[in-house]
Design a protein around this ligand. Structure first.
Ligand SMILES: C[S@@+](CC[C@H](N)C(=O)[O-])C[C@H]1O[C@@H](n2cnc3c(N)ncnc32)[C@H](O)[C@@H]1O
Length: 332
């Protein structure tokens, strides 16, 4: 649904274009089609992509190259903006119009756009929102996707601009891996197959696959699925990674374990509802007696929720910031 940010982007956009790229702004597709039939849409979040006519979706951000107008919801991550700005280059001249709520914007965004465009200017604010306009191609160069080998873990992870955490290892995930290895307060993970929910840069999937576990991975972010796929290739392991929301599409009683560092944000807003929904779905997807391994910021009430929704939940590891739990699915 169109909101004040979409309205401002559209009002600040030029009124003619030969080819338009839409980035993460599905509500602007009908407007863009009034300018030209050549509208190419890329949405990182599967739920945004699901709102768009599949014929208009491109498979990879680099398929946007060559447009003369790009309309974008500015991502909160500068790395994601950097990749967005590079991906729409290619035509002799391209205008980029990106909008967001002012509270989610910062001056560094202008610098990032300045790497890829000759000029950048900001609109006046309206309804607590603002648009950055950039024009004149400056550089198509992009170093996305990135890969980093982590000596201490013995494998590489990979990221596109919008992948959670980039190519770093999340500190909560690091604690989770220690517990999975049996170095916490409970025995470690024993599973033939496991599902990495919210796989990000592939850290958990790579750890599992390296130990001979059959791994499926799921993320709502295209950049996460692409990053995990690249990591699997680089590490020469097999991971069945799918782009989608929640646990949709996984068969009932089909995995021994779900391993996750779940989100507590949706976009920029704090929101634990996706994770709580996933806990409920996990009861369907786990085999009887299966385990859900989870790491979270210790202030979140997930242990109580896991106990109530799935079954007996033990603390497998804890540090000043994070708690790792292992929940065994209650047999009914
Ligand atoms: C805290 S990050 C963890 C990433 C990675 N596993 C790690 O340990 O670094 C949570 C991940 O969940 C993904 N996510 C958020 N909502 C989701 C949903 N509804 N379904 C699937 N994945 C989701 C995010 O895109 C993000 O990659």
């Amino acid at each position: 649904m169109r909101d004040v940010v979409d309205d401002l982007i559209w009002d600040e956009a030029p009124d003619h274009a030969e080819a338009v790229a839409i980035l993460d702004a599905p509500a602007l597709v009908p407007d863009a089609l009034t300018l030209t039939p050549d509208v190419r849409v890329f949405c990182d979040d599967w739920r945004d992509a699901a709102q768009v006519d599949p014929d208009l979706l491109v498979e990879h951000p680099s398929d946007l190259a060559g447009v003369d107008l790009a309309l974008a919801r500015l991502p909160k991550s500068l790395a994601a903006l950097d990749e967005q700005a590079a991906s729409v280059q290619g035509a002799p001249d391209v205008t980029f119009v990106g909008g967001a709520r002012v509270k989610h914007m910062n001056l560094t965004m202008n610098e990032v756009l300045g790497k890829h465009f000759a000029a950048v200017s900001a609109s006046l604010g309206r309804s607590k929102s603002r648009v950055l306009r950039a024009w004149g191609p400056e550089s198509m160069e992009t170093d996305w996707p990135k890969v980093r080998f982590h000596d201490d873990l013995g494998f590489a992870v990979a990221a596109h601009g919008a992948t959670f955490g980039g190519i770093k290892i999340d500190p909560g995930t690091r604690l989770l891996l220690t517990a999975l290895d049996g170095k916490g307060r409970t025995p470690g993970l024993e599973a033939d197959d496991a599902l990495d929910w919210g796989c990000g840069n592939g850290t958990i999937s790579m750890w599992l696959a390296r130990r001979g576990v059959r791994v499926q991975a799921r993320d709502v972010s295209w950049s996460a699925i692409a990053g995990t796929g690249i990591a699997a290739e680089v590490n020469k392991v097999s991971v069945d990674a799918t782009w989608g929301a929640g646990l949709d599409g996984y068969a009932d009683a089909s995995v021994d374990a779900i391993v996750t560092n779940p989100p507590f944000h949706q976009g920029v807003a704090k929101d634990t509802s996706d994770t709580l929904e996933m806990f409920d779905e996990a009861a369907r997807v786990l085999r009887p007696g299966g385990q859900l391994w989870c790491v979270f910021n210790s202030h979140l009430p997930y242990r109580k929720e896991l106990n109530a929704r799935l079954g007996r939940t033990q603390v497998a590891a804890q540090d000043p910031h994070f708690t790792v739990t292992v929940t065994t699915l209650r047999e009914v």
